[in-house]
Design a protein around this ligand. Structure first.
Ligand code: SF4
Length: 580
């Protein structure tokens, strides 16, 4: 394995070539090894001692949809293990530049960016990029500033939110993909790191090209022909808005309902018919699930003087600043996505915080004095736009607190009963039943993608859930996902990369690995991450869950707090994970 090790404090770059790391295969397994060896679990996430690790996998750039990069860091949002994935061109640029991983430590004395062009690795001045209004301008400037060779290039950077240490800042990857959750952009900001440019010009070959081409074709054909990928290509993940609303699982107005009366207006179908501009794809992906809409907003006061921008949309975004804020019009949702994206904020966290603030305002826990005159009201796009601007400006104590995350808001202003946060982060847009809550709780990064608890709920609609079966199933699923995330394939293609096709893909490029090896790798990575999380002092807490989650009807009826507690107790018995 070839790893770049960069110390920003010392402005030192080291190259490691360590075959002992080969046993970790790549991706999350490699990142876990590098991160846990280099990060004291008790470290302050905003200190120079918090390292950032990026890793790609053995299939990267070799097979379709093997297009993701994993980032690992300690999260400044919830003080837990931070793990985030992004597509775009980063993974292939790393592969073609010859590196399996990157470690970044320390803190630069002034804003910098890192430029990697094959073996040339330099730390450059980024003072002029700091605090620019748009993350997209940062990308444009870097594209002009960096030499353009024949290689694959990727530009990852933070927005103003990261520069200002808002705790849920993202890292933008090649405009339309993101390391979205748990505040990687904030950790960048704490290191005075604005961006990383990676360009690679190398080629990749394998010992048996015939076997490789055969295995490639198998994967490609499944991606092209199987029904599993159709929805991602045709409508994108926003295809889920209408079905989720139909079963009553679409979080609406800060989870006060699972049904949104304007769901049709913000559905994938509506966007496709009226606003879709184009579909694009991560490197080496024939699916192209990234849907981009056009947004026309008045530019000046004169009639017909409009500015057109391109805004990506998907299910989570349409929930977070759509149904969850009661926004009725698709173009208004796009305006909220655009401002969030431009500033570099994690939109799911932002949507949860604005939802809480709206309820807190209506229940008079906060007033005009705190909000600087902004009326927090469901459906009010213009007011939310103003609030986001004030939040990014960190304009007063209230907006600074909003920038600290939902738990900090509750601590200062109250409103725990309607603060929808699980494991210190606002959940994804699935209020499907107990599985969605337990999945977020025990998921190692508190993401719906950890173990798909929401999917378990949907598969068992109309049936009585058994907490042991549910927990067993979620653990098994998450352990297998450690394997997929070590390869690192897109989880949308998880059915295509089943055990046998994953093995065929690995064997065809010369990695002689058995099914048992893969299973062990998944279990061991899972165990090691839990061990680090426990050492960091993390605990699961059912009592911290908002009452609202138990007082609104889900597709499985009213969720019982005791059921969640039983499941968490059982999980703790199996894994020794502590409970609060
Ligand atoms: S399916 Fe979508 S997210 Fe996954 S690799 Fe392809 S374009 Fe990227």
């Amino acid at each position: 394995m070839k790893i770049i090790d960069i110390d920003l404090t010392k402005r030192r770059v080291k190259l490691l070539d360590d075959s002992r790391l080969n046993q970790f295969l790549g991706g999350v397994s490699l990142a876990t090894e590098l991160f846990t060896k280099n990060c004291d679990p008790k470290v302050d996430p905003l200190s120079p001692e918090n390292p950032i690790v990026f890793a790609i996998g053995p299939l990267t750039a070799a097979y379709p949809t093997a297009a993701k990069t994993v980032a690992m860091f300690k999260s400044p949002l919830n003080n837990e293990l931070g793990e985030s994935y992004a597509g775009g061109r980063l993974a292939s640029a790393m592969r073609f530049s010859g590196y399996d991983g990157i470690i970044i430590r320390g803190k630069a004395s002034h804003p910098v960016y890192i430029a990697i062009h094959d073996e040339s690795i330099t730390i450059k001045n980024a003072e002029l990029l700091w605090n620019l209004r748009s993350v997209f301008s940062v990308g444009r400037i870097l594209r002009d500033a960096e030499p353009q060779g024949p290689g694959r290039r990727s530009f990852i950077r933070t927005g103003r939110a990261g520069d200002r240490l808002i705790k849920y800042s993202y890292v933008n990857v090649d405009n339309y993909r993101h390391f979205g959750r748990l505040g990687l952009g904030t950790v960048f900001g704490s290191k005075n790191l604005k961006a990383i440019v990676v360009e690679g010009t190398r080629d990749i070959t394998f010992p048996d090209m015939k076997a490789y081409k055969k295995a490639y074709k198998t994967i490609y054909n499944h991606l092209r022909d199987s029904d599993d990928m159709d929805k991602y290509h045709i409508l994108g993940t926003s295809a889920g808005i209408q079905p989720m609303n139909a079963i009553g699982g679409l979080p609406t107005r800060n989870f006060s309902s699972g049904r949104f009366e304007f769901a049709d207006n913000i559905s994938g179908e509506y966007f496709a018919e009226n606003l879709l501009l184009r579909k694009i794809a991560c490197s080496q992906c024939p699916v192209g699930c990234i849907h981009v809409a056009y947004l026309r907003v008045p530019y000046k006061k004169e009639e017909y003087d409009v500015e057109t921008t391109f805004v990506p949309y998907d299910y989570e975004l349409l929930y977070a600043v759509g149904s969850n804020l009661g926004i009725e019009k698709a173009s208004d949702v796009l305006r909220l996505i655009e401002i969030t994206d431009r500033n570099g904020l994690d939109i799911i966290t932002l949507g949860g915080i604005l939802g809480w603030a709206t309820d807190a305002f209506q229940q008079e826990l906060i007033s005009h004095k705190e909000t600087m005159g902004v009326v927090f009201e469901y459906g009010s796009t213009m007011n939310y736009l103003t609030a986001i601007e004030l939040l990014v400006q960190r304009e007063n104590e209230f907006y600074r607190t909003l920038g600290e995350g939902l738990d900090a808001c509750v601590k200062k202003y109250g409103g725990k009963d309607f603060a929808i946060t699980i494991g210190g982060q606002t959940p994804a847009g699935y209020f499907t039943g107990p599985g969605s809550i337990i999945g977020h709780m025990i998921g190692q990064r508190h993401s719906h993608l950890c173990n798909a608890g929401y999917s378990y709920d949907q598969k068992h609609l109309g049936k009585e859930l058994q907490y042991k079966d549910l927990v067993d199933s979620l653990i098994k699923e998450e352990q297998w996902r450690q394997v997929l995330n070590s390869l690192v394939v897109c989880l949308f293609a998880r059915k295509v990369y089943n055990v046998s096709r994953s093995l065929e893909s690995l064997n065809a490029i010369g990695l002689k690995i058995t099914k048992e090896d893969l299973i062990n790798l998944g279990q061991e990575t899972y165990r090691k991450k839990n061990e680090w999380k426990i050492a960091a002092g993390q605990k699961m807490s059912v009592k911290r869950l908002a009452d609202r989650l138990f007082s609104v009807e889900s597709p499985h009826g009213y969720i019982k707090r005791e059921f969640i507690q039983q499941a968490i107790d059982y999980y703790s018995e199996l894994t020794a994970f502590p409970i609060e």
